[in-house]
Ligand binder design. Structure first.
Ligand code: FAD
Length: 469
């Protein structure tokens, strides 16, 4: 009766995984995507280009080798945007091929164009021409993601005053840059450009950044970024950005004026729902373009689901994929477990940060007692070998049952290492496992054992005084 069993709008991580999950369950599935956007924001303008750019920056600047070979060590003296773009284009191109091939192998039909609802089972697709193609589906998944939010008072010109999409297309590495907004995207790019030698000023309305992270680790990051000539202006708001010949002047409400070659706004993101004609399907979005869903990712219209950034927090590729898979399984009537509440956060600053579970502040606010076990990379043989003397791993442990309450990592490999802690936590393990396990040597993973022993020794000191077991 319908053209498709499941129709997905948007081919980012949420849409892709929804389509493939439904196809694996034998459903006739299609994905609608705009031209040149296969893979979504994730592959084309967000996660993958930014993380590849970071690798290119680290490699070409030789930043991570300077502890061993001296502060003047560089792989290339004059790093150009062409050098940086080479790696990004290569990886993005390959990733698009992988996604195209996965969709084809699973017999998912790719429909090119912009989709909009005509009624609650029909979507019209416009692909540049006059004619609107109509397709019908029993179930529909909205996975249209977000676009960078642009304050109306600021004139963007894609060169001097830009957002995180345009930063990938700069024609040269700026000498000076203002980043407005110290959220994850803003601070990741601020750290990459600082590593390239750009003098960066970060302006943030709040008094601190990355509030959801461990305070000690954010302080360590700030210290490192200041060392790379980043200036922080916390508790400051932008009054105006004035474009001038050869740059822009950022005027703060406090009266300060900051000259820079380029100003990057990272002021949050807006759900991409304006083109969807949601009302034709009986749906609405909130002021930030987000669609409300229930725990199974169903919207107010039960056969229409929404996943990924368009539903809001946590708005990560990692979670969007899982939401897509879970929504498709639910739509296909398959038994499905809900998303595990233990989700890691990775922040690809230079150096990187990752954590899972609770923070010290959060536990203290909740009056949950905890002990801290710390391991510093400089005390690990692997830390010395790779020239990382600043990295650290911190375990937050319950003194009652020795279970892990949180894992916080700063430094090389943080976003990979965190998964060891996540697995122990997810399986309900205690630090006894980490104390007694044998780890490869020399590795950074060994930091788990060192931190677990540290926590164990601190808890032992308390029991010695109190006589408790
Ligand atoms: C700079 C940056 C860095 C990031 N880094 C990370 C990171 O390190 N780790 C991480 O986990 N996440 C990261 N993210 C977030 C991550 O990219 C998103 O969470 C993820 O892409 C969201 O996936 P999604 O499924 O919602 O779809 P998206 O990737 O947002 O894609 C949505 C797709 O829908 C298409 N679309 C929209 N409307 C229509 C329509 N009407 N018709 C047809 N197609 C339509 C769009 O063209 C787009 O291709 C980053 C984001 C940015 C911007």
């Amino acid at each position: 009766m319908y053209d498709f069993d499941l129709l997905v709008i948007g081919s980012g991580p949420g849409g892709q995984k929804a389509a493939i999950a439904a196809a694996k369950l034998g459903r006739k599935t299609a994905v609608i995507e705009k031209p040149h956007m296969l893979g979504g924001v994730c592959i084309n303008t967000g996660t993958i280009p930014s993380k590849t750019l970071r690798e290119a920056v680290l490699y070409l600047t030789g930043l991570n080798q300077r502890e061993l070979y001296g502060q003047s060590y560089r792989v290339k003296d004059e790093i150009t945007v062409a050098d940086l773009g080479l790696r990004t284009r290569h990886v993005v191109g390959r990733e698009i091929q992988v996604i195209r091939s996965q969709l084809t192998r699973n017999r998912v039909t790719l429909l090119q164009g912009t989709g909009r609802f005509l009624d609650e089972h029909t979507v019209g697709i416009l692909d540049g021409g006059e004619e609107e193609r109509k397709v019908t589906a029993a179930k529909i998944v909205i996975a249209t993601g977000t676009t960078p939010a642009r304050p109306g008072s600021v004139e963007f010109d894609e060169r001097t005053v830009i957002d995180s999409d345009a930063i990938l297309h700069l024609d040269r590495v700026p000498d000076t840059m203002v980043v407005v907004g110290a959220g994850v995207i803003g601070i990741e790019y601020a750290s990459m450009f600082a590593a390239l030698g750009t003098r960066v000023t970060v302006v943030e309305r709040r008094e601190r950044m990355l509030e959801f992270c461990d305070l000690e680790i954010v302080e360590a990051l700030k210290y490192h970024l200041r060392d790379l000539a980043v200036t922080f202006r916390f508790g400051e708001s932008v009054a105006a950005v004035e474009r001038r010949a050869g740059g822009a002047l950022t005027v703060l409400e406090s009266g300060k004026r900051i000259p820079a070659d380029c100003v990057m706004y990272s002021a949050g993101r807006q759900g991409r729902t304006a083109e969807l004609h949601l009302e034709a399907a009986g749906l609405t979005a909130d002021a930030r373009g987000r669609i409300a869903v229930d725990e199974d990712y169903r919207t107010g219209v039960p056969h229409i689901y929404a996943v990924g950034d368009v539903i809001g927090f946590p708005a990560l590729a990692a979670t969007s994929m899982e939401q897509g898979r879970v929504a498709a399984q639910h739509a296909c009537g398959e038994p499905v477990a809900s998303l595990h509440e233990l989700q890691p956060i990775g922040i690809y600053t230079v150096p990187e940060i990752s954590f899972v579970g609770r923070t010290e502040d959060d536990l203290t606010r909740g009056r949950v007692p905890f002990e801290v076990g710390v391991s510093r990379y400089r005390e690990l043989a692997r830390g010395q070998i790779i020239g990382d003397s600043y990295g650290m791993l911190k375990l937050l442990v319950s003194p009652q049952d020795r279970r892990l309450l949180g894992v916080h990592v700063f430094g090389t490999g943080a976003t990979e290492l965190v998964h060891i802690g996540q697995t122990v936590m997810g399986c309900g393990g205690t630090i006894d496992y980490l104390v007694n396990a044998v780890f490869n040597y020399p590795t950074l993973a060994e930091s788990y054992k060192v931190a677990a022993l540290d926590a164990m020794n601190k808890m032992r000191a308390i029991s010695r005084l109190t006589g408790e077991a």
